[in-house]
Ligand binder design. Sequence first.
Ligand SMILES: NC(=O)c1ccc[n+]([C@@H]2O[C@H](COP(=O)([O-])OP(=O)(O)OC[C@H]3O[C@@H](n4cnc5c(N)ncnc54)[C@H](OP(=O)(O)O)[C@@H]3O)[C@@H](O)[C@H]2O)c1
Length: 475
Amino acid sequence: MTAAGEHVVPDDPVPHLFHAAANAGFRCLAAEYPRTTFRHLDLPAAGTPSASAVIGALHIAAEPELALRGAKVYAKRLAYVDAVDGRPAPVLEDAAPLGFDDPAIGSGPDDHVVIIGGTGKLGLEFCEYFATRGANRITLLSRSGETASIAGRLRHIRSLGGARVDVVACDVGDEASVLQFVYDHVTDPVDVVVHAAVNYVDAESGSITPDLVAAATRSKVVGLMHVLAATPLAPRCRVVLCSSIAATLGGRGQILYAAGNRMLDVLARTLREQGMRAASVQWGLWNVQGPLDTAGVDRVEGAGVIPMRPADALSVAFTGATTDTIVAAADWAELYDIVSLFGHGPLIAGLVPERPPAQLASSVLPTTPSPVAAGSPTASEPATPERPAASADSAVFAELVVTELNRVMGIDGGDIDRTVPLVALGLDSLQALDFRRRVKSELDRDLPVEAILGGASFDEVVRLMDVGSETAVGG
Ligand SMILES: NC(=O)c1ccc[n+]([C@@H]2O[C@H](COP(=O)([O-])OP(=O)(O)OC[C@H]3O[C@@H](n4cnc5c(N)ncnc54)[C@H](OP(=O)(O)O)[C@@H]3O)[C@@H](O)[C@H]2O)c1
């Protein structure tokens, strides 16, 4: 339970930095402990709800994210910006149009765009975006400054619109370093601040230490605060904070990353309360290499997230009125299947293109083998064609399945202990879904993913599928 961790109704104050972040981190636990049900309930900032209201809310079935406000319980849902239940989205009271579609922004004779983490993948994309639009002066901040690895890209950007592009070595986690940057390089108030600095920390709950927390928040949160405190900002200044969809959907090992990003969302709202044009954008995956390593990208892509072209991501985020949004591309049905495994399906159910509810359910839930007597199909039901590897030859079938499992787990030529739970062998939830996909396409069988996450061994999984096939063939 958190208090004031979410902004639910117009009267709610800016979410509490710690409570908001704690919930974003908490959500990630569900991916670590797939057999445990996690629920989050946010209480109002003021007043004490009755115990019965709290218990009643906690017993609302299958709702992972709830908030109590007055006598009402609210469930969290993501919705497309341009439509909520088929109706135009409400104009949010604190919407602060960033107006980057206005070519004048950043391109006045004295305008100055500062990009924190400007030498990173997204930082350079932002730099090119502003340079292309005629920006006058762009300053990129990073600890390493102008290195050979970005020289070619910078040459290209500098040739685009004639922008003066400076790269300044500045550790934003160090207040003195930020003050030095401002003293040396900021003569007039800054017109645009983009915050794209990150130190990505992948850590599961058991391995989190104070040092890791400090590392994960150093540039993303503390660094931003240093820059905002020290840098004079023009009255019309726009501030864009690069957050991540991980702050809303979580992910295994992303506790600190999700919490840090959620803090950016809160800080953007705080800036808006102070009258600034600020937005936090929770990006999905860009098709540039990012803070995730190759294995990390594979995991995210495996979950149905589709890498976005920078130009698409930027045009979606920067056109029209922008407040805190998620800008992401995904196979929403696939992503729904994944997050449903951890109980978070309702959050994105409204984004899934329509398909029959039964199909949605069956792709997530294992088919329960029912004891059906083998016999002829009824006259009205056509016989199901015999599929390869029927239960008559379970041993052959098992070998075909183990081949797919070895591919998923990257085991080359080896074999696994077929009697211990697959999760104990290191098969994680995303691999389990990949396993299901392969088994479906290669063997036309429905792999019982929930049984796997619930601790089934390879032998048990094969047995469950064999029983399922008898049921299907028998009609
Ligand atoms: N890439 C994606 O697909 C993606 C998706 C969702 C969200 N995001 C978010 O978008 C932002 C940018 O991501 P990215 O992929 O561009 O990351 P990146 O390539 O790793 O770049 C990070 C940048 O931050 C700088 N930096 C790190 N610590 C710093 C410090 N203490 N002071 C100053 N600069 C510092 C790095 O330079 P030095 O190491 O030289 O300091 C680098 O320029 C991040 O906030 C990330 O969470 C990215």
